[in-house]
Design a protein around this ligand. Structure first.
Ligand SMILES: [Ca+2]
Ligand SMILES: [Ca+2]
Ligand SMILES: [Ca+2]
Length: 248
């Protein structure tokens, strides 16, 4: 079952981190991560503010228990994605994203839309793929939630999605023990130790999971990287990866 697979994937990841992998890299002090863009700084600041409110997650298991629901809701997200992919190219370009934001009544300026497009186009192909889209929506959720009362939230079909996004935020807050907006190796270790009693299974999968998470390889995982990892874990691939949209 997928859920079980996810569980083991996470155990692998944490075991790998516990045993010391890329993150240890011979330096004793954690690297200091500095946001490189204005938007990144804003996300970090918003996340830190959110973190000060705490988390409803009590253990790592409570996160895992939510996986089936997350999976189900992200799948529903596919329909939203397809709706905004106007030319059915399998990805969302800048113009389509603009339309999308207008339809969802997300009050972003053109500059902000541009920034978030660039932030989430992680493979730099100038298109937003499905997994990039999920990350994008979740970041929008985080940013909007923090400012004015989210307007688009009351829209039908989005409540489920918001529950999922809140789960992502909550999970991240749970992992980020010192509330600095980044999940470090030490924090990972703490999170896993609080729950499991050392189920060990390292290996290549774990290595891959970790690489997926620490996208820019700086030894710290920010919220965006965490989200990308999640989309991978639930099996959401890039548009190029799965050409299953034979019927249009
Ligand atoms: Ca398109
Ligand atoms: Ca892309
Ligand atoms: Ca931290």
């Amino acid at each position: 079952m997928l859920t079980l697979w996810l569980y083991y994937a996470l155990c692998d990841l944490f075991n790998y981190l516990t045993m010391g992998g890329i993150l240890t890299k011979g330096d004793e002090s954690p690297m200091v991560s500095v946001p490189t863009t204005k938007l990144e700084a804003k996300i970090l600041e918003t996340m830190r503010r959110r973190e000060s409110k705490g988390t409803s997650m009590k253990s790592f298991n409570t996160i895992i228990l939510k996986f089936p629901k997350i999976d189900e809701n992200l799948r529903k997200c596919k329909a939203i994605f397809e709706q905004f992919d106007e030319d059915k190219s399998g990805s969302i370009d800048r113009k389509e994203l603009n339309h999308c934001f207008r339809k969802l009544e997300i009050g972003f300026t053109d500059e902000e839309i541009n920034d978030i497009f660039e932030e989430c186009d992680i493979n730099d192909d100038m298109e937003i793929s499905f997994n990039e889209f999920i990350v994008l929506l979740c970041l929008v959720y985080l940013l909007k939630k923090d400012s004015v009362s989210a307007h688009a939230s009351s829209r039908k079909g989005f409540q489920d999605l918001e529950v999922t996004f809140e789960t992502f935020v909550d999970s991240f807050v749970f992992l980020d023990k010192n509330k600095d907006g980044y999940v470090s190796r030490g924090e990972m270790v703490r999170a896993i130790n609080e729950t499991t009693s050392g189920e060990r299974s390292s290996g290549r999968i774990a290595m891959r999971r970790f690489e997926e998470m620490d996208w820019d390889k700086n030894g710290m995982v920010n919220f965006k990287e965490f989200l990308f990892a999640f989309t991978k874990w639930v099996g959401i691939e890039d548009a190029e990866g799965e050409e299953d949209d034979a019927n249009e």
